[in-house]
Each structure stands twice: as C-alpha cells, then as structure tokens.
Design a protein around this ligand. Structure first.
Ligand code: SAM
Length: 458
C-alpha cells in the first residue's frame, strides 16, 4: 500500500466518473500490487518455466504468478518476449477481431516500444512499421527494443509529430499512445500521484490536441486511427474523440467485447454519430488503467501513394541498385525480397515491397534505424552486426554455439568466456537456439562483440 495520498481533486473527479461506492473499490485496487505480464514474440519461441495464465484479449499475452528477474533470463535479451502490462495488449484484440488490413503503420509516440513490437508482430512480412519517438534518448531505447524483436519490418525515427506533415494520407494505420497525466499509473508508480493536478491535466490535453491535429491528417482514406492514454479523465479521452471528429472526418468503430473482461465502453455523441471508447479500471480489469479508441478515416479523404524516384538522392544513405540487391540476397542465402542501402559503409536491408514508402519517408524524417543492419563488408568477408544476429534473417556460413544459461549470462555480462572447441572466426552465440550476439575467436583469444551499452551489470 502506498503512503502517497491521492490528490483531493482527483478523488472528486473519479467519484464523478464512478459514483462513490465504486470509487471505494477503485481506491482499494490501486493500493494492491500490480500483476506482471509479458507478450511472447511468436517469431522467437522459447520454453518459459514460470507459472503463467493467459491474457484473454491477446493470444501471445500471459500473466505471471510472480515477477522473475528478467535481466537474468538470456531469452529476454534474445527478444523472446516483451514485458508489458496487460491492458495495452488490447490492441492485439482490436487488430485481430476487426481484421484491420496490414500495410504501412505509424506509431507516433512509440518509446520504449511495447505497442510497436505488438504492431510489428501483427504486420509480419506484410507491412512496414514506422516507430517514432520525439525524445532522442528514448528513441535510442526504442531502437534497441525493435532490434531485439528482430522482425526487420520497422523503421525507427526521431521526430516531432509536426515533421510528418508532408505525409498526409500516407498511412494505413496511425497509433498515438499519447503522453498523458498518467492516472492509470498511480498503482504501478505511486510517485505519479504527486505530479497530478487539474492544471497538469489541461496541459496534457493541449499537448494531445497538438499531436492529434497532426496525427489525424496522416491516415489515408479508409485507414484507421488508434488513440490511447493511461489516464481516466474525460478531458484527455472523450474530449479528444470530440476534437478529432470536429477537425477531421472519421467514422465510428465499435470493438467486440466479452462481458467477462469488464472493460467499460463509453459512448461519445459527436457530429451526429455515436463514437466508442474503452476504459480499463484496475478494480475491474487485471491490468493498469487505460483508455483506447479507434476511428476509421472517411472514404472521401486523401490517399498519398509514394511515387517512383528516378534518381534517389539522400544526404547520408546510398542506394544499392536492384540488380546488386538481388545479388546480395543470393550471396547471403536470403529470399530475394530485399533492397539494400549503405550508411557509413554498413549495409542495411529492407523489404523491396516497401522501398518506395521508405524512400519517401527518408526525405522527410530523421532515420535512427531501418530494416536490418547487416554490418560491413571487407572484400569477401563480413563484419556482421549485432542487429543481424538478433534479426530473423539467416546467418548462413557462420557457425553457432549453443550456450548454457551460465555461459549465456557470462556472454551478456561480457565476462571472460571459456568455450572450448570453438571454431576460428565469427561464431553466433545462441541460448535455447535463439541468437544472442557474436564472438570472434582469434585462436589465442575470444573477442566478445555484445554491445558495451547493453551489457548486463547484475
Ligand atoms: N507507446 C509506448 C509503449 O507502448 O511503449 C509508450 C508511449 S508513452 C505513453 C508516450 C510517449 O510520447 C513518450 O515516449 C514521450 O516521450 C512521447 N512524447 C512526449 N511529448 C511528445 C510530443 N509532444 N509529441 C509526441 N510524442 C511525445
């Protein structure tokens, strides 16, 4: 139980929303411990030996009976799962139950990347995700999580939402998990209670409106806009639906719900239509406080398709011609579906199906990462990158060494490795068959190429 009291104005706001009887149940629930949950990466399967139960709205989501030390689980570092609170995984249900078409998606406020990894899994090989974060240091964490997830179908950008304005009508889906007043975090992070005030709520609302004013325009005709917050108040939730429907032309979308889930639907009458939002209260749902809505852009809105550029020019990217890209795919034993670029002499590969979209994006936003970075090539030899190790792309020609848990932790800590019978040269270290990174055996010494900044210090 937290000894940080709830702000009085927050209490009265919640009583208005819930009534005083239900408010007591709410207040009790936010003083109980929150439950740990994770979402599995279906492309990187492992055996988890923790006691777990399914999250009903996400087929890859599980509640854990106890919170283990994820840092000391090598599978966590291999990207086998993402630790994410359960309410957020409802996006999985939205995408699957409504069969939202795959295509080019934008997660506009993406760090640290929980929802982006979910979108990346949903898109698989049939889409491209742009995961954007405005704060540079957070964009770096986002990149790391995208690299670990390893699907190679994402671009990480570091921009203010405003910078996307030339991309009006470009995206099939835009998700904005907005920075908010965080009322839904009062249990997990009691300190958040001290930062709350009615003025802060208003400040958040104004910031959200600025973001949504940009985001609303980026969705193409027939595409979808998902808006979510981890807060309960109407100003940052229902009022945003009103704002969006006044500014743009969006149709309502209703999400099928199972009544056992106890997710509360809210209805907003706006512009002569009934729109829907969904609230997750911690006294009803086993997850943190959350709000989400989905809207569909009207068919008469604009669609922007990228055009073929005859002579692609970029100030730091160099395009590898299609014929040479196909040759590289053949040489590396990949499916011939890649388009290559170099950046600081390192090779990057993205799906050629999305190349025109990528080129268009690269003209307007600041790229932090895209597709899969393979590394550098010196004559015929590769200096393979960590990003390649963690990706799903094959690593043909490189020997592998399966590690025990103790050996894997030594590798992740960058401790001295005592591995006998290791082949000379680059060797891929694996744990439960999942790649963790590279070592280079020089014969008299083993160099550990696990990134210094990622090293575990426990
Ligand atoms: N979607 C993320 C996830 O699931 O891991 C969490 C996103 S968090 C709720 C909101 C993000 O918005 C933060 O990373 C924050 O840095 C970013 N942000 C803050 N101010 C912003 C602004 N003015 N425009 C866009 N994003 C902003």
């Amino acid at each position: 139980m937290s000894d940080i009291l709830l702000p009085k104005a927050f209490e009265s706001q919640m009583i208005d929303l819930l009534g005083s009887e239900e408010f007591s149940a709410f207040k009790k629930a936010i003083d109980e411990p929150s439950q740990t949950s994770l979402r599995l990466n279906s492309a990187k399967q492992v055996e988890l030996d923790w006691e777990k139960s399914s999250i009903p709205w996400s087929d890859q989501g599980y509640f854990l009976k106890e919170r283990p030390s994820f840092t000391l689980d090598p599978a966590f570092h291999a990207g086998a799962y993402y630790v994410q609170e359960a309410s957020s995984m409802f996006i999985d249900h939205i995408l699957k139950s409504l069969e939202i078409p795959r295509g080019i998606y934008l997660d506009l406020a993406a760090a640290p990347g929980g929802k982006s990894t979910l979108l990346s899994s949903y898109l698989g090989e049939n889409g491209l995700l742009v995961a954007n974060e405005v704060i540079q240091s957070r964009a770096q964490i986002l990149k790391e999580n995208i690299v670990k997830w390893g699907l190679g179908n994402a671009i990480v950008t570091n921009n203010d939402p405003e910078h996307f304005s030339p991309l009006e009508g470009f995206f099939d889906l835009v998700l904005v998990d907005a920075p908010c007043s965080g009322e839904g975090m009062f249990r997990k992070d009691p300190q958040a209670r001290t930062e709350w005030s009615p003025d802060h709520v208003t400040l958040c609302e104004l910031r959200q409106k600025r973001i949504m004013d940009q985001a609303g325009a980026l969705v193409k005709a027939g595409g979808y806009l998902i808006y979510s917050t981890c807060t309960f108040n109407e100003q940052e939730n229902e009022d945003m639906i009103r704002f969006l429907t006044e500014e743009f032309s969006y149709e309502p979308v209703r999400i099928p719900l199972d009544s056992d889930w106890k997710i509360r639907e809210t209805i907003v009458d706006a512009e002569g239509k009934r729109y829907f939002g969904y609230r997750f209260f911690p006294h009803l749902v086993n997850g943190e406080g959350f709000f989400i809505t989905i809207l569909q852009r009207s068919e008469d809105a604009f669609i922007q398709e990228p055009k073929r550029v005859k002579d692609f020019k970029h100030h730091y990217l160099k395009e590898i011609w299609d014929r040479d890209s196909a040759e590289m795919d053949r040489e590396l034993g990949f499916e011939e579906s890649g388009k290559y670029y170099t950046l600081n002499d390192s090779y990057f590969r993205i799906s050629k199906d999305w190349n025109l979209h990528f080129q268009k994006l690269s003209q307007h936003v600041s790229l932090k990462y895209f597709g899969v970075e393979l590394g550098k090539k010196q004559k015929q030899d590769w200096i393979p990158s960590h990003e390649w190790a963690l990706s799903l792309l094959p690593k043909n020609g490189f020997p592998r060494r399966e590690l025990s848990k103790t050996e894997a932790l030594d590798f992740l800590r960058k401790n001295e490795l005592e591995l006998t019978d290791l082949p000379i040269g680059w060797v891929l270290m694996t744990y439960q068959q999942l790649p963790l990174g590279w070592v280079k055996n020089l014969g008299n010494r083993i160099n550990n190429y696990y990134p210094k900044d990622w090293r575990i210090r426990m």
